[in-house]
Ligand binder design. Sequence first.
Ligand code: BES
Ligand code: MN
Ligand code: ZN
Length: 487
Amino acid sequence: MKVIISKISSDFKTIVTGLFEDDKSISDYGILQGKQVIDNIKQFSNFNGSFGEFFSITSPEGKNIIVVGLGKKDEWNENKELNIGGKIYCELSRLKIKKAAILIEGNSANIAYGAFLRSFKFDKYKTKKDEKIVEVEEIAVLAKDEQLSDAEKLFECLRQEGEGIFFARSLITEPPNVLYPESYADRIKDELAKLGLEIEVLDKKQMEKENMGALLGVAQGSSKEPKLVIIKWDGTEKKEKPIAFVGKGITFDTGGISLKPSRGMESMKYDMAGSAAVVGVMHALAGRKAKVNAIGVVALAENAVDGNAQRPSDVVTSMSGQTIEVLNTDAEGRLILADALWYTQDRFSPKFIIDLATLTGAIVVALGNNEYAGLFSNNDELANNLIDAGIEVNEKLWRFPMNEAYDKIIDSPIADVQNIAPAGSGGDSITAAQFLQRFVNNVCWAHLDIAGSAWHEKGTDISPKGAVGFGIRLLNKLVEKYYEVNS
Ligand code: BES
Ligand code: MN
Ligand code: ZN
């Protein structure tokens, strides 16, 4: 679908306008008879402008006018603008309208962006077109002359982030027979190299040389070789320390010998959503030429089970030198991250590392689905900045405690650490984070457990059912707000 910002014009047959709950008028920008519209609505309905409700009339000039409720004026904000854009897209789609203009007081770029984000489609494996579906082809969000160029610029910038989100959603949605470590690494190269990002791929041999025994142990039960992809963005002087994002990229998680139950196992194709968020945010940073040096590291492996698969009770040696007793092969995310985190701090000495991972089912239990992701950190400033950025873009975080008491229960009797806490300990998401912390070497670090927020069964105003791309808007905002060099 094409979304554009356009100057005010009456060339459109369908115009979507907005009404605040507490307002008696709509702004008509001289192309609608606002008062008449309101009078007509009153004649037929009690429609009062509550958020996201729709009402349609035909204007005296014969135009199709769709009025959307904008809710209370003093609650109107950027996220509402995005959400209303998404809701309008859905309504147009429901009404089978191919082309429409949006004429709403507020930031046109945000409204356009919301519509764009909601329009994501993944239908490449459908061989027949659904005749009942009429696709929205074009939405033009109108802006006054004096706002036009600013709105266009902002939308261009937001769209760069949007492209990153669409790329991430496609990766997450791809079936695991198509997207496995090698093909995933190729997709990253193909899509990101053209944006000026530098891509490096470590293969199994190089991992062996780096002594990444934890990552290799997870991958050894699969016929697919693991890959570690390093994505570099230099947006400012070389001497600036980079910031780093690390992502869990399990392209399918069977659980290994600690096999998962069949029911619901199919959802484990999204066990690479953390890595997709890292890829997406690197895409966004390069797309908008962010003034920051950033490193993205994604650990890609399949957690499968064959005759060579690692066994519960195996001991592996991680790149850090620490030995790990693998008591449960389904706690594999922390194993691949152990080596990815160590590698990242060791090679790049970053200002901070933020990792994203669909790490524990327990975080879904703790937070419920979708609204929040779990936050764990060894640094209050980084944690608070993340929480702030999350509130701004409505990708909310909830911080969990970490301390020695949680840490000591993962000491292993025969190795340095074990990959799960003893049965009945509870707090699985926290012990998982404690495990990761042992591999960050005291670097400033935060971990986001996105197991509950990466995939949405119903969809949201700005994301259709399925892959959300959670974390990309959050991290892009974090960088923009706190870590970009001014010039
Ligand atoms: N990939 C799963 C976590 C997950 C669960 C992601 C639900 C998305 C939705 C992870 O590898 C896993 O299996 N974790 C185990 C850890 C346990 C063995 C300590 C879990 O949560 O059950
Ligand atoms: Mn698992
Ligand atoms: Zn997993």
